[in-house]
Design a protein around this ligand. Structure first.
Ligand code: FE
Length: 252
């Protein structure tokens, strides 16, 4: 679950409410709870905030693939930073709407895209792995991978090449494309650049240096190769099943 707090800010005078209406795409499928509508009241303000989800296992649970020190820093510091950044951007946007001054809108919208995408990617990343992971997918996900990529090995090769060859910091991602209704391997630079609009992340691998450098140093390839031993295919299959039944672009 990608956590989002319900509004908590107490009412203050002379302020207006604001709310962010998430699109139903990634939000619903990956588990971001949609904010509820709040009464428009001149005496009430609302601050929606994202929240760091707990790591679904112990820090050392993925050793020796990823050591505890990396996991602790990555989850507690880096992911928290993206959550804080997304919340700060939302707050700035609320202030802009209140003041009517949108001079900084371009920079703040950029901050929101970067940090919120970082929050989504990391939330899916933790769930993409398990100490009981590894092996191969089963059922309909396995069939879809065979159909689209030729074989599981062909998919692994595609995904690994994508992850190893991200330029700079970024992600290798298996996503569900809601236009073709097929799985697709893509890259994201940073968290959001060159990604595919309207696709749902199913399996993601963080290849920012903070994800592996303390253990693997400059050997990103070894980190990517070892990742397969901790992939939680049951979790990936769950997202695939939800995504392929979402029919989000049926009217387009
Ligand atoms: Fe990261």
């Amino acid at each position: 679950m990608i956590n989002r707090n319900e509004p908590t800010t107490p009412p203050t005078a002379s302020t207006r409410r604001s709310f962010l209406q998430m699109t139903g795409l990634t939000a619903g499928i990956v588990g971001i709870s949609t904010p509820t509508a709040i009464a428009n009241d001149e005496t009430t303000t609302t601050t929606m905030t994202y929240e760091l989800p707990p790591l679904p296992y112990e820090y050392d649970a993925l050793e020796p693939t990823i050591d505890a020190k990396i996991m602790r820093l990555h989850h507690d510091k880096h992911h928290q930073g993206y959550v804080d950044g997304a919340n700060a951007a939302l707050e700035s946007l609320a202030e802009m709407r209140q003041s009517g001054n949108f001079d900084d809108v371009k920079a703040v919208k950029r901050d929101l895209s970067f940090n919120l995408s970082g929050h989504v990617n990391h939330s899916v990343f933790w769930k993409s792995m398990s100490p009981d992971g590894g092996g191969k997918p089963n059922g309909e996900l396995a069939d879809a991978i065979d159909e689209h990529f030729g074989s599981f090995e062909g998919f692994k090769e595609d995904f690994s090449a994508a992850a190893k060859n991200v330029e700079g910091s970024g992600w290798g991602m298996l996503v569900f494309d809601h236009i073709s209704n097929e799985p697709m391997v893509i890259q994201a630079e940073n968290h959001n650049d060159i990604a595919v609009q309207g696709s749902t992340p199913l399996l993601v691998l963080d290849v920012w240096e903070h994800a592996y450098y303390l253990q693997y140093e400059n050997k990103r390839g070894d980190y990517v190769d070892n990742f397969w031993s901790v992939v939680d295919w049951d979790s990936v299959a769950k997202r695939y099943e939800t995504a392929r039944n979402a029919n989000v672009f049926d009217d387009c």
